[in-house]
Design a protein around this ligand. Sequence first.
Ligand SMILES: [Zn+2]
Length: 576
Amino acid sequence: MTRSTGYRLLVGTTLLFFALTGVTGCKTYFGTGDPVPVKSSPPTVYTGGPILTMEGNSPESVEALATEDGRIVATGKLYEVLAAIGPRPDWVDLQGATLLPGFIDSHLHFGVQAQLAAFDVVEPWRFEDADAFLAHIADLARDRPKGEWIITFGFDRVLVPPFRNLTRDDLDRATKDHPVLVLYLGLHWASANTRALEIAGIDRDTPTNIPGGGIFFKDEAGDPTGLLTESAVFTLIEHLPENGPPGSTDAHRAVAQQMSAAGITTFAERATGASGGLAELDLLYDLAHDPSFPQRIVATPLYQLLPELEGPTPWDGFYQARQVKLLIDASLVGGTSATLEPQVDGSRGALNYPHNEYRRALREAAAKGFATATHTMGDRGHRVMLDVFEELKSEVMDEARFGRHSIEHSALVHPDDIPRMARLGLSVSQLSPMLPVHGDALSEHLYGPERTSRVYDANAMLRAGINLALHSDAPVFAPRPLTYVSAATTRETTSGVVRGPDARISRFQALRGITLGAATHLSLEDELGSLTPGKRADLVILEKNPLEVDTKDIRGIRVLRTIMDGVVYFDRIGQP
Ligand SMILES: [Zn+2]
């Protein structure tokens, strides 16, 4: 039974925790494998270090916090907290470590992360040029039997000279004997060699454009060049041997455990169905309700699945699916984000949903009771989105009924449109870790320095009163929330340039983006995101206080313990 892996991991960390600290009374799952109801969580007091509640508009630290039965029951002075809970509570002395609400990653792709475990994951900036990358593929081919797939993730044309997409001819030079699929960072683009195209049945008779914004690019003779974008990428992924119907696999468990080790207690999967159709919704539902699984899950089925969905799944404490996911434009880094002004190469990107189609999609979603989460990168994408929301405001925007609508990524916004976003009450989640890695390339190859200085302008959002969350878009960037905080507070690129100093936000504001701001983005602020009595006992203990270390050290702060519903799911205390 695949469930046992995660279970054993928990038992392992628990035993280690007991052996090394001697603390007793800490609850997690033992021996029998039976689910332990949340209600058994004993009263526990945390004290002895900064306890950052993340309430209010400035940092606030309390002396003590108590949890019981999976909820936070009191915060404040130690005597107040002790008066509020049951007798003989368990005691956690923080010994100077910092307690925060459990981290929330408001946008990632869990199923794809698990699939990538079987792929060759590369860091594009390590390759001197495209030839070096192709030599890497030739090396992989030498090590494996002919006919076996080579799937690599992370190549990125704007980071690897000569800054162009790869064709089937390029990849055929590396190997003709193995099917090769090169998934670009961001998953909006891919390149396949001839063998891979043959297996997927892609030839000159395949339509060039397919639903969902997909393109199989063709050469002048009408043959596929091997370059694919958007839904065409997923057509190829469907032919990969690992891509059977998704079940709970060791890879899913391993990804969840890594996220727990980074302090994540809730994540939003933001293209549910992309790696398994409706079965992926079932998988996430089952995982979220499995007591050994370390996160709560917000699922976001793709809009394309709407005809097959009965309606939204309201929050039940561990799971919800209340929004459908749309992609109004495509990739900032791939140059396909829809922009108002031309990009450096003269193009203006492309819209997947022009005005009328986006309007129809919003109405269809609302008719079934869903709010929307729209992937929007460029300023033209934002413009269309806002025009449509203004038209349909009374019809589709009813927070009590639908929850919030959201803008996902929201990279480049025209300054005139920021107040419109605020007026509409749209929430924004930014892919902040992108800027340090891609900022130089965005400036040079795509948007120029002025627009790049406004990419992921977190400060402009907060100044306008817009709710802000930060995310990884994993597997695009690793799901380690303190790196999003670091990126949004420094905006320093790999070359050492600060791109858009005015767009930086404070550490406290950035920490809000992975706690209360993220909870609000998901319409879960009554349950999650701050250390407030009545909310869920989701906590993270950090070795150091992120408000006090050097800015450059924030990303490296170690997570010591991650707790969900009062249960320890990850523990490093006492380990080197
Ligand atoms: Zn995404």
